[in-house]
Design a protein around this ligand. Structure first.
Ligand SMILES: NC(=O)C1=CN([C@@H]2O[C@H](COP(=O)(O)OP(=O)(O)OC[C@H]3O[C@@H](n4cnc5c(N)ncnc54)[C@H](O)[C@@H]3O)[C@@H](O)[C@H]2O)C=CC1
Ligand SMILES: CC(=O)C(=O)O
Ligand SMILES: [Mg+2]
Length: 549
């Protein structure tokens, strides 16, 4: 068993200037701190002032990252007290910039690094943490092939695992002493990193095929054997790996793919809200997904499943979905379609007389022909929804649901400041990044953040509280409904989704719905006399409690 680090270097126990005189004496800290003994509030106010003095978000990110490694209670106190302001700093979009700089700016890191070149180290990398089988609730892992919309960042992508965990704790009170961030270093195809003297990861191309699959398998087996209660969250894997890993393992392990399932569920929430405005059913929707990768096809799966629940056959549901990717509309005569696109490919004969540009049926043509009721952007293509596309969308239906979801800011398909006037305020909009309200014709249009961060923390908490052995489709749907039920979207300019400011309360509501569903489906392994209280009790609070020794 590894020795506990000295208290002043252990961010889980360190309290800095909040240590009392007595604690300082007991902990060997006499003379190591200035005389003043502060409260947590006083410390948090100073930190907030310091953060506010920085001029760039990346500087604020760096400050908070260092605080995270120094004093976790204080770090979470500052974030929770200013959730809407801090989430875009410690998470999306600023985290994208931090990841690009990660090797250059490297100082220290709390993650577990697993290298495909050293599979024999995997077990020891976990056992070296000194945590027992009941000590871990959650592990977030990424191989960093598709970080947000900025591509392959190899070991630099470690911060996405850390950032996603920070959101779990800030938003849903997942205990930060019971989580682990993991980077799977399988190489990188990012030439810039491979040629950078600063790069800290394996200097070879991504390993693929059997060796990759064996490594994933080794991770799953080792992590779930050592920490049998942990939810294994997968983040930002490449599209074919993300889907294959989930499909092959979801019946055997407690795993969750955030980009497919979490994003699909938050989009379901936004569509539930949109349909309250249009007073339609899922079965009446025509769904167009622009950018048919991990997230986009995950949404197509959940929305077409909702159409089937509304009474359509699988064939009828499929006939109401269109995918547009780099080669335009996805049709069944295209060679080498990945299976997740082939599942929704349109019959070539059906579109034989549609207009083509350089042989491609482009987005504008599809919008004009199909008149989608829901248009989703997960393409990573900034300005992928130009004015002509947005106007064609609004010409096709009265209240289109428009979800430009690509992150970070440099990737979003259209900014609401443009889309609101282009649709004369008729579009029901939510975005992946946080966006300020748009004032148009005297009305403030509030733009909900359809980012999986608004849903996965509560889903994770509900899974942990219920001890659900699997994350089922029913649990995802319960989470989506619980998010949507928190807003009244019917007023002009109302948001489709709850405010980030209310995220802790929202996450508790989601967790309760998820835990109830897990119990109903018989996948829960824990029982509670009072589930509401169990969720409340499970939420870690950023306060100094207990004996720091
Ligand atoms: N709001 C949210 O909660 C989430 C948003 N996303 C965002 O969605 C975007 C995609 O993420 P993933 O699905 O993980 O990536 P991915 O790489 O799996 O999918 C992207 C897809 O877009 C296609 N694409 C690229 N350029 C295009 C273009 N010019 N026109 C049409 N299609 C194009 C690619 O071929 C690929 O199929 C990212 O920006 C990511 O940040 C992803 C997950 C959650
Ligand atoms: C939000 C998220 O998971 C992504 O953009 O990849
Ligand atoms: Mg992601």
């Amino acid at each position: 068993m590894p020795q506990r680090p000295p208290v002043s270097t252990d961010p889980l126990r360190n309290r800095g200037t909040a240590f009392t005189v007595e604690e300082r004496a007991n902990l060997g800290l006499v003379g190591r701190l200035p005389s003043a003994v502060e409260t947590l509030d006083q410390q948090a106010e100073r930190c907030y002032r310091q953060i506010s003095s920085y001029s760039t978000d990346l500087q604020k990110y760096t400050y908070l990252d260092q605080l995270h490694d120094r004093n976790e209670v204080l770090y979470y106190k500052v974030i929770v007290d200013h959730l809407a302001e801090m989430l875009p700093i410690v998470y999306d979009p600023t985290i994208g910039d931090a990841i690009k700089q990660w090797s250059n700016d490297y100082r220290d890191s709390r993650a577990v690094y697993l290298s495909i070149d050293r599979p024999d180290d995997v077990r020891e990398s976990f056992t070296g943490l000194g945590l027992g089988p009941d000590d871990v609730d959650l592990i977030v892992v990424s191989d960093a092939q598709e970080i947000l919309g900025i591509g392959d960042w190899g070991v630099n992508g470690t911060d996405i695992s850390i950032g996603k965990l920070a959101v779990y704790t800030a938003a849903a009170g997942i205990d930060p002493s019971r989580v682990v961030a993991v980077n799977l270093d399988v190489g990188t195809d990012n030439e810039m990193l491979l040629n950078s003297p600063e790069y800290l990861g394996n200097r070879h191309a991504r390993i693929t095929g059997q060796r990759y699959d064996d490594f994933i398998d080794l991770y799953l087996r080792t992590a779930s054997e050592l920490f049998p209660n942990a939810l294994l969250h997968f983040e930002d894997f490449g599209p074919s790996n993300a889907r294959r890993i989930l499909e092959d393992n979801r019946d055997s392990y407690r795993i969750f793919n955030d980009d497919m399932q979490g994003t699909g569920a938050i989009v379901m929430s936004a569509v539930f809200s949109g349909l309250k405005v249009t007073k339609q059913t899922f079965a009446e929707q025509r769904l167009l997904v622009f950018g048919a990768g991990t997230a986009g096809t995950g949404m197509a799966d959940q929305i077409s499943a909702a159409m089937i629940r509304d009474g359509l056959t699988a064939e009828e549901a499929k006939a109401r979905v269109w995918l547009v990717d780099v080669n335009g509309l996805v049709t069944d005569d295209m060679a080498d379609l990945p299976n997740y696109q082939a599942a929704y490919a349109r019959p070539a004969a059906e579109v034989a007389d549609w207009a083509r540009t350089d042989g491609v049926i482009d987005l504008l043509t599809v919008v004009t022909e199909v008149k989608p009721t829901v248009l989703i952007g997960t393409s990573t293509m900034h300005n992928g929804f130009p004015q002509a596309v947005v106007e064609a969308l609004a010409a096709g239906v009265e209240r289109p649901i428009l979800l430009p979801l690509s992150n970070p800011t440099e990737r979003i398909e259209v900014m609401p400041a443009d889309a609101v006037p282009w649709t004369d305020g008729r579009a029901l909009i939510a975005t992946g990044i946080p966006v300020d309200p748009v004032n148009y014709n005297g009305v403030d249009f509030h733009i909900g953040q359809a980012n999986n961060a608004l849903l996965y923390p509560g889903l994770g908490l509900g899974t942990i509280v219920s001890g659900a052995a699997r994350v089922t489709d029913g649990m995802l749907l319960a989470a989506a409904k619980a998010v949507a039920d928190q807003v009244d979207p019917t007023g002009l300019g109302a948001s489709l989704l709850p405010d980030v400011d209310n995220l802790r309360a929202s996450s508790a509501t989601v967790a309760l719905a998820v835990a109830k569903q897990a119990i109903e489906e018989g996948v829960a392994t824990k029982s509670h006399d009072n589930l509401v209280q169990a969720v409340e009790d499970a939420m870690w609070q950023p306060i100094y409690s207990g004996n720091p020794e």
